[in-house]
Design a protein around this ligand. Structure first.
Ligand SMILES: O=P(O)(O)OC[C@H]1O[C@H](OP(=O)(O)OP(=O)(O)O)[C@H](O)[C@@H]1O
Ligand SMILES: NC(=O)CC[C@H](N)C(=O)O
Ligand code: SF4
Ligand SMILES: [Mg+2]
Length: 499
């Protein structure tokens, strides 16, 4: 496995009981690109939770009878998963539902805790019995633990956030409230929308708001807890929103830059910045930093197309459709092993010979991970008659794993960890090769309403301590509990502070 998708979360709260499972179904369909291993919906009908989760795609798991069985309710939460902690089995499918002394809780999580194993060990020592192998269950138990000594679910979340390190965009549903929570770094996106009937929705991406007919209100701020609850009688709107901001501004914002490069849908806005525009900007920057003498610019469908357009606009070289993508194949990333991944690339893309024959082609894609895709498509272009292929990549080279919800699992598999740029160019048989610089990767999303970006998979600058032996500079921090690299408290220090 190399780079993989992540997860999508959704929540809806309507003033009157209705088909909120159907809302979730449409939204999850729009978020399917963020995770294809499993999915789930939990409906809340006046405090009674009905749930369905399974491995598979949204359209396969949620048949009409299944949606029917979920019934009606005022609230629902949904999830599409690509697992980063814990296997891809049904037991780990989300939203998780946990019964505790003060009620029931459903939780949907996008992201990954950097201190999940430490927290889990500690919770187990205190008697917690885990049903899954996910970090999401760790978050739920941390919240429940805090709930026993706080007055409300939001106070419990606020308190639990003191111990959570890493990436978490959450939708939490209690019998009476629907909460949206974003970690103080703001790694993963999360936005708020409103419905015509006065309802409220939370979603990973704005494309899911559009899928349910909601209007974008704003993004959840990094560190913010947004609480949707029934407004008192006579209030202007039937559902009110309020916020707890005690965790806002406690750490620099480090939104995942790869959301703009690859993960998010181009028709989504993330932190107020259009993903399509960000990708076009990246293409323009590439044309400035790595120009080419060529006849046409071609993008690799799907996620290379916007950057190819930007390259064409900046360079003046005409853009054309050089590849047709088979509509009936999913993202090759989801293939379980390298051999089936290679087969997937073969059947997925086909060049258009009339476009590329006899042409010097600038080929643009969003990333090189293992080098499988680009090697294959450059060969296809040459077989179709392209005379030169200049490959431009709208991301910097991947050199490090991600601990925040993206499965870039080991350096062994990352081609840039083993070959120089010139060796890669030769290996993939390109006439020239140019990557986006890290600085330009940050610049592509600069207009976003967020303070800064994580670029750790490219430069190794992890915004939090991470408990992984691969990241040697943090080893000492984690073993000794002495912070050497910044002022972020270690897990051990946080534990000591815990009442
Ligand atoms: O170097 P590799 O290991 O081959 O991986 C890189 C490719 O994988 C992704 O595309 P993918 O085809 O998976 O999905 P997409 O259709 O969404 O671009 C990415 O957009 C690159 O094209
Ligand atoms: N990719 C994700 O956001 C995954 C969420 C969570 N860490 C899980 O493994 O289920
Ligand atoms: S390490 Fe890379 S993929 Fe992970 S959060 Fe940072 S920028 Fe995103
Ligand atoms: Mg691709």
């Amino acid at each position: 496995m190399a780079l993989e998708e992540e997860c999508g979360v959704f929540g809806v709260f309507r003033p009157e009981a209705g088909y909120v499972a159907h809302d979730s179904y449409y939204a999850l369909y729009a978020l399917q690109h963020r995770g294809q291993e499993s999915c789930g919906i939990v409906v809340n009908d006046d405090g009674v939770f009905a749930e369905h989760r399974d491995v598979g795609l949204v359209g396969d798991v949620f048949t009409a009878p299944v949606l029917e069985r979920l019934g009606t309710g005022e609230m629902a939460t949904g999830h599409v998963r690509y697992g980063t902690t814990g296997s891809r089995s049904r037991i780990n499918a989300q939203p998780l539902v946990v019964n505790h002394m003060k009620g029931t809780l459903a939780i949907a999580h996008n992201g990954n805790l950097a201190n999940a194993s430490e927290l889990r060990r500690e919770l187990e020592m205190r008697g917690s019995i885990f049903q899954t192998t996910t970090d999401t269950e760790v978050i739920s138990y941390e919240i429940i633990h805090e709930r026993l000594r706080t007055k409300s679910i939001e106070a419990a979340v606020e308190s639990a956030m003191n111990y959570l390190v890493g990436a978490y965009s959450l939708v939490v549903m209690s019998p009476q409230k629907l909460l949206a929570i974003r970690d103080p770094h703001g790694f993963r996106p999360l936005c708020i929308g409103t419905l015509d009937d006065g309802g409220v929705v939370f979603a990973s991406e704005t494309c899911a708001l559009h899928a349910v007919g909601a209007t974008y209100l704003r993004d959840v701020e990094p560190g913010e807890i947004v609480i949707a609850e029934r407004a008192p009688e006579g209030a202007q709107a039937p559902i009110s929103l309020r916020s707890i901001r005690t965790h806002c501004g406690t750490t620099p914002h480090t939104a995942c830059v790869f959301e703009y490069i690859y993960f998010a849908r181009p028709d989504s806005d993330v932190d107020g910045m259009s993903v399509h525009t960000a990708r076009q900007r990246a293409g323009r920057f590439l044309a400035q930093s790595h120009p080419a003498e060529a006849d046409i610019v071609v993008g690799v469908p799907d996620s290379g197309l916007d950057a190819a357009m930007g390259f064409s606009q900046e360079s003046g070289i005409p853009y054309d459709t050089g590849f047709i993508k088979n509509k009936y194949i999913g993202r090759t990333f989801i293939s379980p092993g390298q051999s089936s991944r290679e087969r997937g690339v073969r059947i997925k893309l086909n060049p258009v010979p009339s476009v590329v024959a006899g042409k010097r082609v600038v080929l643009v894609d969003d990333s090189i991970v293992r080098g499988t895709t680009c090697k294959r498509i450059i060969r296809l272009l040459r077989e179709a008659g392209a005379t030169e292929v200049h490959f431009r990549v709208s991301a910097p080279p991947f050199l490090n794993p991600c601990y925040y919800g993206t499965d870039i699992d080991s350096r062994e598999k990352l081609i840039a960890c083993h070959m120089s740029e010139e060796e890669i160019r030769q290996d993939i048989d390109a006439d020239s090769l140019g990557y986006l610089s890290i600085e330009d990767a940050r610049r592509m999303a600069e207009p976003a309403k967020i303070g800064g970006f994580c670029t750790a998979c490219f430069d190794g600058n992890y915004p939090t301590p991470v408990s992984d032996p691969e990241v040697s500079r943090y080893k000492r921090t984690i073993r000794t509990g002495v912070v050497k690299t910044d002022d972020t408290p270690t897990m051990w220090q946080m534990k000591e502070a815990r009442p």
